[in-house]
Design a protein around this ligand. Sequence first.
Ligand code: ADP
Ligand code: G6P
Length: 737
Amino acid sequence: MSKTIIISNRLPLQISLEDSNLEVTPSVGGLATGLKSFHKDGDSIWIGWSGLTEEEIPENLLDDVKEKARKEDCVAVNLSEEEIDGFYYGFSNRTIWPLFHYFMEYTEADKDHWETYKSVNRKYADEVLKHYEDGDHIWVHDYQLLLVPNMIREKQPEAIIGFFNHIPFPSYEVFRTLPWRDEVLEGVLGADLIGFHTYDYERHFLSSVSRILRHQVNFNEITLPERIVKVDSFPMGIDYNKFEAAAQNHFKNTEEQRTELQRRLDHHSNETPEAKLILSIDRLDYTKGIANRIRAFEYFLDNHPEFIEKVRLVMLAVPSRSNVPQYQRLKREIDELVGRINGKFSTVSWTPIWYFYRSMPFENLIDLYTSCDIALLTPIRDGMNLVAKEFVATRINQTGVLILSEMAGAAHEMNEALIINPNNFEQISQTLIQAIEMPIEEQQQRNKTLQKRLKRYSVEKWANDFMKALHNTSQDRDAFKATRISSKVSGEILEKFKNAKNRILFLDYDGTLVNFTDKPEKAKPDQELIDLVHKLNQSENTDVVLISGRDKDTLGSWWQEIPVELISEHGVWMRQKDSEWELSENVNNDWMSAVRPVIETFVDRTPGTFIEDKNYSLAWHYRKADPELGEIRANELSNVLKELISNRGLSVLEGNKVLEIKSSGVNKGKASNKKLVGKDYDFIFAIGDDWTDEYMFEELPEESFTVKVGMKKTSARYYIEDTSKVRDILKDFAENS
Ligand code: ADP
Ligand code: G6P
C-alpha cells in the first residue's frame, strides 16, 4: 500500500542528552505541532533531523536514537555540526528566514552557507529516495528544504511531490535580491503542488516564477516544458479537539492537581480580581514583534496611567536559534526592555510584566491560554501564527479577546479578532482599552464565530485538502492525453520512419527548431540546424516542410541556400523545393491600415512590446513585456481586435506571447493538408509548440505523428520536452534515412 513520506528539517520529536541518557521532547513551532496529528493518524513516515549532531551522539547510543525515532514512525537524518552551522544556522536562518520575512538588513549572502544548504538538501532527498516506493506521496515542508523537490524529481521523474511553505513568500522585489533565486525557484518547482498559507504568498511566488524564470503562468498553474505545477493556498489549522479537550480537562483539575504556574495565576486573580492578564506566547524571534509589543505596552501605560495595577503582560518567549547573532541580540534587547519597564512602573504589590524565557510543557501552555483575558500577538511578519488559533480554541466559555497583527497569515481568517498594525502604538493602546472594556456578550459573539471556523478548518482538514489536491495533480497528469516521447517511444516512431516508403515532415520553426529570443530577428538558424535540415531534406523519399508564421522574406533569406520547402505566414506563401514563392491563398492586406493604429496604442501602453509586419498579417509580440501586464494587455487587445475585425474575413491567432491578425482562411492545418494532395504518404510527422500548430494537429490525418513541444494542452498525440530533444529526434531521422 502506498504511504505518505513527510519530510521537514526537524522531526516532531527532539532528542537531547541528559546525563548520558536520551531525552525525547516534542518540537516547538507551528510546523511540527500542526502536522503531528496528521502523521499520527495516517500511514506515513516522517524524515527529519533529531536535534542532535553526529558529534553529540555517543557511538553506543546511535542505535537508540534510531530506535526512538522509529517508534514514532520517524527516520532521523544525521547531520554534523558543520552541516548544522552552514545549513540551519547559516543559509536557512541567516538568509532565507530574514529575507522571506522582509528583514533585508539581516539577510546574509554567504556562498559557503549556500553550498552547505545544497549538500544537506541533497542528503534529505537521498533519505527520501531510500524509503520511496512507487505510488508514495511525498510531502516536503518549509524553507529549509527548498531544493529537495527537484532533487527527488531528478531521480524519480514520476514521483508525486507536494511542497508546503510555512513562512511568507516575499514580493518579487524582495525575492529577486537573492543571489541564488533561480536555483531556489527551480528547486521548489520540482513539486507537482506548491502550497502557501495565504493567497498573497501564492501570488508573490507566481509573480517571481514568471518574472525570473519566465515560465508561463495561467491563473495558478505554471507550465514547465515537461510538467504542469499547481500552486494554491491552504491556510493551516490546529488540532482543535486537542486544545478544546485540554481546556475542558484543565477546568476539572482539583486544587492539588493544579500546576505551580496555575497556582501563581490563580493567586493573581484572587488578589486582584479586576486586573486583566494580557498574554503573549512566541518563539524568541525578531519577526514576532516582541520588542515592539513591550514598547507599545509602555506607551499604553505612559498614556493611560489609570491602568497601572489593572493589567499585567504575561510574556512567554521560547528560546530559538540561539546561535544566530540576531537572536542573541534580540534576547539582550528584550531582557533590557523588560527590566527597564518593570523598573519604571512597578509598585510594591505589582509588576507590569511577567517574563518567562523558557520552553514550557503543554499543560502550562494550557494554563496560560485559559487563565489570561487577552492575547496580544503582534508579529511584524508571520507566515500563519498558530498561537492565535490555539488561544481561541481553549476559550471554552467563549470569553477572552484576541488582538492580532494584520501581518500574521492568521489575520486573513480571523476577522472577528481585533486586528492591529504592530507598528502603530497608538492603535495598539486604543485596542487594549477596547479589549479590556469589551462586554462579555461581545467577546462570546466574536469567539463563537472564530471557534466555529477553526473547528471546521482544522489541521486535519488542512492536511487532507492538501493531500487531495496533490492526488488530483497526479490524476490530471494521467488525464493528459499526449504521450511523452521517451527513448522507447522515439524508438518506435523511428522504426515507423525507417519502414516508410513516402515520408513528409512538417516542422514549425520558432519554439520548435530554435528557442525563442527577445527579438524575432535574432532567432536565425545556427549551422548545426542548417546542416541537420539539409541532410534530412536530401534523404530519399522524404519531404521536409518548414511551416512557420514567419514572413516569407525572413524565412526565405535564412533558408536561401537550402532547397527545403517553406510555408510562411501560416500558409499565405509557399516555396516549393527549388522554386520561387507563390501566394497560396486568396488573401489581401488592405485591412492593415485600419488595424495597425489600434495595435500601436497597445505598443505605446505596454513597454517591451512591438509590431512585426508581415506581408499579409500583423503580429504583436509581448515576450519582453512584464509577464503579468503582457497577459492583461493581450486579453484586452484580443477582445478589441475581435470586435474590430468581425465580418472582415480576418481572425486573431493567440500564439506563444504573440497575437497575430490574418485572413481567416489561412492556417497551418489547411496549408499542411494541401501538401498531402496527390501524394500517398505513409509517414506523416508534424511538430510545433503553440496554438497555431494545433490546426495541423487537428486537421492532419489521424495516423500522423503529431508532436507538441512542451507539456501544454494539445490535440497532438505526443509531446516532447524542449527544442534540444526535437533536434535529437530529427538527428535520428537523418541518420536512419
Ligand atoms: P512559529 O511556527 O513561528 O513558531 P506559531 O505560532 O505558528 O509560530 O507556532 C508555535 C507553536 O509552538 C504553537 O503550536 C505553540 O503551541 C507551540 N509552542 C509554543 N511554545 C511552546 C512551548 N513552550 N512548548 C511547546 N510548544 C510550544
Ligand atoms: C517556524 C518554521 C518551522 C520551524 C519552527 C521552529 O514555524 O516555519 O520550519 O521548525 O519555526 O523553528 P526551529 O528553527 O526551531 O526549527
